[in-house]
Design a protein around this ligand. Structure first.
Ligand code: PFF
Length: 447
């Protein structure tokens, strides 16, 4: 049997896994969620969710993937033969298709914005222009599709090359680039006139905004941001070497992911406050508000280009991890070559994202269960498949796997001490399943 692919270097493991978690969730969603839900108070709740929910589920996924060394479906079949736990694997194979559907649309928009910014399409424009241009662009049947196809082509280019030559190499280049741009923006932002106000909004908690709905939003955000619940991290961990420390990797990934989300806030809020805009703008914050804000700062051209390059890079390193879940499955279960598996998956994603994109224009009257196609994909993946998957994974590891087996994996067979094992098991068995169940019910609008 051919040797199974792995990540080759320690840096590659971190770059790829952080690449998966740092994405639109950090730079597009986190700032507006924070803006709408109490600034620092939201951040605080978010950090607690990362600690008590995110880290345990991440470690659960790592244990499953690294010990079974197989795709999501095969991992559950290997660890629990003769049972139906591999249903989690099937959910994990379908979820990326839905996430890719809506995620690629937003990534396609950002590519168009890179082009607009680079060709001076944004200079000297009025605030009204940005709002109208965005609505017209997203509703147009063809232009967004061009960028979506290009974005999916970039994904194909990377994933079809394999785990170390494709994913690891791309992450090793793209992630440092992402951090350099982020730091440059951060420094720029701190010199804006509204920096103090922006930072105090981000770091002074308004606890009056915190209610059960906000806590649930923070949990959902932590979950999405850390790429949990659909086997992405099971698949990536199946490429980790036996020497990789699972707890250290999890802590590094969770810390860097949270750090980037906070940095996105540090970049965005000073800019927003400097130009007297409300911090509680919704999803259009980065497509309408920020391009407008950038036009008013010195060096507008370069900052606008860099900002949209940043978002594209963040999105790309996340989508390749989404693709990999399904590609590993098709490759290992149906014996397609990697290239063929990538072609099949990217083709399905093309169809899904075309439908999602058209739901802003020609298909805007078409609804599934009351949602537009775009919102349906987002809802199904983020509110149903991810939380359900996450809950089942933590129940599987917490209740079905042997405690000693988990401890051996976490300590790399006694190499390191797992002094927190009791707390971790408690979180995996009780805290995470109950909390995720609540997110699930609230995602369904049941309370
Ligand atoms: N974590 C990514 C983000 O924050 O944008 C999104 C994501 C990637 C979610 C991979 C789920 C996943 F499996």
């Amino acid at each position: 049997m051919a040797k199974r692919a792995t990540f080759v270097t320690k840096l590659g493991v971190i770059a790829a896994t952080v690449g998966s978690s740092v994405g639109l969730g950090n730079i597009w969603r986190f700032p507006y969620e924070t803006g709408q839900n109490g600034g620092a108070a939201f951040l605080l709740v978010y950090i607690l969710c990362v600690l008590f929910l995110g880290l345990p589920v991440m470690l659960a996924e790592f244990v499953v993937g690294r010990s079974a060394k197989a795709n999501v479906n095969r991992s559950f079949l290997t660890l629990a033969p003769g049972t139906h736990w591999n249903i989690i694997g099937y959910m994990g194979v379908f979820a990326p298709v839905f996430i890719m559907g809506f995620y690629s649309v937003i990534a396609g928009w950002t590519l168009d914005y890179v082009y607009q910014a680079a060709t001076f399409g944004m200079s000297q424009k009025s605030p009204e222009y940005f709002a109208t241009a965005f609505t017209e662009f997203t509703a147009s049947p063809i232009r967004p599709l061009f960028w979506i196809f290009l974005f999916l082509g970039m994904n194909y280019f990377i994933v079809s090359r394999g785990v170390s030559d494709g994913i690891e190499r791309a992450s090793n280049i793209l992630m440092p680039l992402l951090f350099v741009i982020l730091i440059a923006f951060c420094v720029r932002s701190l010199f804006l006139p509204g920096a103090k106000e922006g930072l105090s909004f981000l770091f002074h908690p308004d606890f009056s905004k915190i209610d059960s709905g906000v806590v649930l939003r923070a949990m959902g955000q932590a979950f999405f941001s850390l790429s949990l619940g659909m086997g992405t991290l099971i698949t990536y961990a199946s490429y980790f070497s036996d020497k990789t420390s699972l707890p250290k990797t999890a802590v590094t990934v969770a810390s860097l992911d949270t750090f980037v989300a906070v940095l996105a806030g540090v970049i965005i809020f000073p800019a927003v406050f400097s130009f007297g805009i409300s911090p509680s703008q919704g999803p259009e914050l980065i497509f309408i508000t920020l391009p407008n804000v950038f036009q008013q700062i010195p060096g507008a051209y370069i900052w606008s280009v860099l900002f949209f390059v940043l978002i594209t890079v963040a999105a790309l390193t996340s989508t390749i991890s989404l693709c990999e879940v399904a590609i590993a499955f098709l490759h290992e279960e149906f014996h397609f070559t990697r290239r063929r598996a990538s072609q099949i998956l990217i083709f399905i994603c093309l169809v899904m994202s075309t439908l999602c994109s058209l739901s802003f224009g020609p298909l805007s009257d078409f609804y599934i269960l009351g949602f537009s196609i775009f919102n349906f994909c987002d809802f199904l993946a983020s509110n149903i498949l991810l939380p359900a998957g996450g809950m089942l994974i933590s129940i599987f590891v917490g209740w079905k796997l042997d405690r000693q087996f988990i401890k051996e994996e976490l300590s790399n067979h006694g190499v390191s001490r797992v002094w927190y094992f009791g707390i971790l098991m408690f979180c995996m068995r009780f805290v995470a399943p109950v909390a995720i169940f609540l997110i699930f019910l609230s995602g369904l609008g049941l309370f």
